[in-house]
Design a protein around this ligand. Structure first.
Ligand SMILES: Cc1cc2nc3c(=O)[nH]c(=O)nc-3n(C[C@H](O)[C@H](O)[C@H](O)COP(=O)(O)OP(=O)(O)OC[C@H]3O[C@@H](n4cnc5c(N)ncnc54)[C@H](O)[C@@H]3O)c2cc1C
Length: 499
């Protein structure tokens, strides 16, 4: 058996592993990354974020082609199979693998392909697909082995019509009707993808509201647009039995209902990938969901073993995983150089797209914080009209006395991009976190970013004590603020300000 020595060994090459590896390599450390797949990128690239986002992008293009009058000059609406859109996703995956592989090569990071398990806290054994065993010895270890779909024992995933979010990428026919069991983020995203392809979708939610962590208005908008696109949402339902039959799947619900479809996509929970790590050899134990507990430095109960990404649970996002990985290895290299990732924007790639940061209306009301709301509807914005994307809204929640931004909630075209402008201002210290930024800043026109200006004016127009507040608290009232103040008292329906 060959033995190799490193400063740090990282298990998993998803975003958490990559973040950890790149950071350590930049600090001159000798690094090895192990992955059990023969290509780098992790589940994020091969099964999760990248394929689902590429699928969604293609489906949106198809929807645009089929609904835009512009394209009728060149042909009738066309039907596309799930295989057609899967092929386009494959090309993105392979480009991602190429880019990511080059990062490892450029940074002189050694890669090993095989299943890793601990022999002791400084030694990892790697068994390749062909059975070759290698041993990696290191001062520090980072577990970034990610997660996989949770599979309850009473659901037969060997049945050819029962899928999870991994196996759906291998589906060999386009169903006419599909049941999606689980209405979390992944379930809602796949409901958008399938309904966009014209498939009838039954979306089974075991709660009474879709994505209840969202601002209620945004969650309601998602429900409306999914229904509008032929998704039948069934709330407060739980399965009793899932029966695979020759021509499809029958879902028996505890409520007594029975649904039949050509296929069922299981989107109900994920488990951390810890079962093959031989954690007992280092004295670590995962929880019932296969996840590891870490402290605010991403350190496990064993001093030299860190963990990051989906394997540590919330928020289970690629966006956060990369930063968590970077923080974990940063801390391992030099104690204290670590950012605990607890402020994560929500990016949900349903149709329409949703993104938010900060607190929502329910939370602010519950906390008795005197907030006000400013909104911009995309249907009135030039850029959205040009793009033919009228669905959507930006909603800014701000403190009515201090003007501090408290929450940014957006759905529609480019929502996941738009939210970052608000995030940047919200993260400013002290009084620099202010709604006024948006009225004192010139935005490119026409842009979606301009929604901030429109929403800010809309919110300021709701401050009925605004003229006094401005003259008492803020000596530098700008002409625009003055204009907004005058508008409140004189003309609430002015078309420029009160959009
Ligand atoms: C359908 C879907 C859509 C998603 N969409 C988004 C999105 O839009 N935005 C977003 O931010 N997040 C999204 N996510 C979540 C995102 O994919 C994960 O949060 C992210 O992949 C976690 O990264 P990670 O580095 O922790 O692990 P992973 O990406 O899970 O990578 C872990 C790697 O470790 C390997 N591994 C496991 N065990 C071993 C072992 N014993 N030895 C060697 N290698 C091992 C795995 O095979 C894998 O290659 C989505 C997830 C899914 C399923």
């Amino acid at each position: 058996m060959t033995v190799y020595n490193y400063d740090m060994v990282i298990l998993g090459s998803g975003p958490a592993g990559e973040g950890a590896a790149m950071n350590a390599a930049k600090h001159g450390k000798k690094i090895a990354v192990v992955d059990d797949r023969s290509l780098l990128g992790g589940n994020c690239t091969h099964l999760g974020t990248i394929p689902s986002k590429a699928l969604r992008h293609s489906v949106r293009k198809i929807m645009q082609f089929n609904t835009s009058p512009l394209f009728r000059q060149i042909g009738k609406p066309q039907w596309f199979s799930i295989q057609d859109v899967l092929r386009s996703a494959e090309s993105v995956i392979s480009k991602q693998v190429t880019s990511r592989t080059s990062y490892y090569a450029r940074n002189r990071i050694d890669t090993f392909f095989g299943t890793a398990s601990f022999s002791d806290e400084h030694t990892v054994q790697v068994v390749s697909a062909s059975g070759i065993v290698e041993q990696l010895v290191a001062n520090e270890m980072v577990i970034a082995t990610g997660s996989r779909p949770y599979r309850p024992a009473d659901v037969d995933f060997t049945h050819p019509r029962i899928f999870d979010s991994d196996t759906i990428l291998g589906i060999d026919h386009t169903p006419r009707r599909i049941i999606i069991y689980g209405a979390g983020v992944i379930g809602c995203e796949y409901a958008s993808i399938f309904s966009g392809l014209g498939v009838l979708v039954d979306l089974i939610d075991n709660r009474d509201q879709l994505l209840s962590f969202l601002d209620r208005e945004i969650s309601d908008a998602l429900s409306y647009h999914l229904r509008n696109n032929n998704v039948l949402i069934r709330h407060n339902e739980e399965y009793e039995r899932i029966e695979g039959v020759d021509d499809g799947v029958i879902l028996h619900l505890k409520s007594g209902k029975k649904l039949k479809a050509d296929g069922l996509l299981w989107c109900n929970g994920r488990s951390g990938n810890t079962d093959r790590l031989a954690l007992e050899n280092v004295g670590l134990k995962a929880n019932g969901r296969g996840q590891l507990q870490v402290d605010e430095h991403y350190r496990t109960a064993i001093d030299n073993i860190y963990a990051a990404g989906d394997v540590v649970g919330w928020p289970s996002l690629a966006s956060a995983a990369y930063d968590q990985g970077r923080s974990a290895s940063g801390n391992a290299i030099s104690a204290g150089s670590c950012r605990f990732v607890d402020d994560v924007p929500t990016g949900i790639y349903t149709i329409p797209e949703i993104s938010s940061i900060g607190r929502n209306e329910q939370e602010l009301t519950h906390a008795k914080i005197p907030y006000e709301v400013g909104k911009a509807f995309f249907k009135s914005m030039a850029r959205a009209q040009i793009a033919g994307e009228p669905v959507g809204m930006l909603k800014i929640l701000f403190h009515r006395e201090t003007m501090e931004l408290l929450g940014i909630h957006c759905f529609g075209y480019q929502a996941a991009e738009i939210v970052h402008i608000g995030q940047a201002i919200m993260n400013q210290p002290g009084s620099a976190n202010t709604l006024r930024y948006f009225v004192n800043t010139t935005f490119n026109y026409p842009t979606m970013a301009e929604a901030y200006r429109v929403a800010a004016f809309d919110g300021m127009n709701r401050l009925f004590t605004q003229p006094e507040q401005f003259s008492e608290q803020h000596h530098e009232t700008t002409p625009i603020e003055a204009e907004a103040s005058i508008t409140v008292t004189e003309e609430r329906h002015d078309s420029t300000i009160n959009q």
